[in-house]
Design a protein around this ligand. Structure first.
Ligand code: NAP
Length: 289
């Protein structure tokens, strides 16, 4: 049970966490923090938070759990602002989509509370942003990956784990480096591809016509290209090496596919598509929740 939860960045991810914990009765009081007071007022109107402050140093006062839920490139500055003010019994975590960069930022800035900072990443989201898009069920049945620091105690990790489990999430642990490779492959690459495809089509001469006839397949494939460009810019910069590695591999496979199509190699084309269909059918059945 959390007494006073401080969420810095009350958007889709931070707002949904607060909603879920309040709905489950897992926290007594929530203070939200952000830069724009209008967003925070809206969050209070929606019942997502009880009170707010635009000053991170002030917001963390008296908190026993602090969740930093701002874009990746804003993490370090938030850590710097809160470090001298984190209560001695408070646990901190974050929700950033890449983990090695957050760990580096925390090591540079969290002098007094590094051992109580447990990095995390909920593997849940939508293409929408802001507190209006938040909802209590976002984490239900989804995974949350924690990438604990060697300085973390079992008790500290346990407090962050319990918070996420209260939202209905399934919590797992791995190293930051492994997290960043896996997420580059399963999340970051698909977002890059969706943005790239829509961008290519949108600056073709007849783009209006292309989009007019776009049907279900196009919508399914490109939904995530409606995600926040700033967030995805940050993710690409902060997980650059792992993204480049899988992008190179994908480009090479795509070159190969192009060759197969240009040669009208029906057998190979069918083989590649069948292999992909089998793999997808198998994994959607196995990991359907
Ligand atoms: P979001 O809806 O845009 O929310 C971000 C919040 O952070 C906003 O409320 C914004 O409010 C605040 N903010 C931005 N810069 C700030 C700063 N410098 N100091 C304090 N507050 C600041 O974004 P989100 O989707 O919740 O993403 C937040 C984090 O979750 C990111 O690190 C992202 O990598 C991670 N994440 C996202 C998803 C997803 O699918 N969206 C999934 C998993 C993890 P103000 O503008 O009022 O400051």
């Amino acid at each position: 049970m959390i007494n006073r939860l401080c969420i810095i960045g009350v958007g889709l991810i931070g707002g949904s966490l607060s909603r879920a914990l309040r709905e489950k009765g897992f926290c007594r009081h929530v203070i939200g923090c952000g830069r724009d007071e209008r967003h925070l007022q809206r969050a209070r109107q929606l019942g997502v938070i009880n009170e707010y402050s635009t000053d991170p140093a002030n917001a963390v006062q008296g908190a026993d759990m602090i969740v930093v839920s701002v874009p990746l490139r804003a993490m370090q500055s938030v850590f710097e602002q809160i470090d001298p003010h984190v209560p001695v019994d408070a646990v901190l975590t974050d929700v950033g989509s890449a983990k090695a960069c957050v760990e580096t930022a925390a090591r540079k800035t969290l002098s007094g509370s590094l051992d109580r900072f447990v990095p995390g990443h909920p593997i849940a989201g939508t293409e929408n942003s802001g507190v209006e898009a938040s909802f209590a069920e976002l984490y239900q049945g989804h995974k949350v990956i924690l990438t604990p620091l060697e300085e973390n105690t079992r008790e500290t990790i346990g407090r962050v784990k319990a918070m996420w489990e209260a939202t209905g999430a399934n919590v797992q642990q791995m190293t930051a480096a492994h997290h960043d490779e896996v997420l580059a492959e399963t999340s970051h690459l698909p977002h890059v591809l969706a943005f790239a495809l829509v961008d290519t089509l949108s600056h073709m001469g007849d783009s209006d016509e292309v989009f007019q006839y776009a049907a279900g397949g196009f919508r399914d494939f490109t939904r995530i290209a409606s995600s926040d460009p700033v967030m995805w810019r940050d993710i690409c910069m902060e997980n650059r090496d792992a993204i480049l590695k899988i992008l190179d591999r994908y480009m090479s496979d795509l070159e190969n596919l192009r060759e197969v199509i240009s040669k009208s190699d029906l057998e190979m084309l069918q083989k590649i598509f069948s292999r992909a269909k089998d793999a997808r059918d198998k994994y959607t059945q196995k990991y359907s929740s």
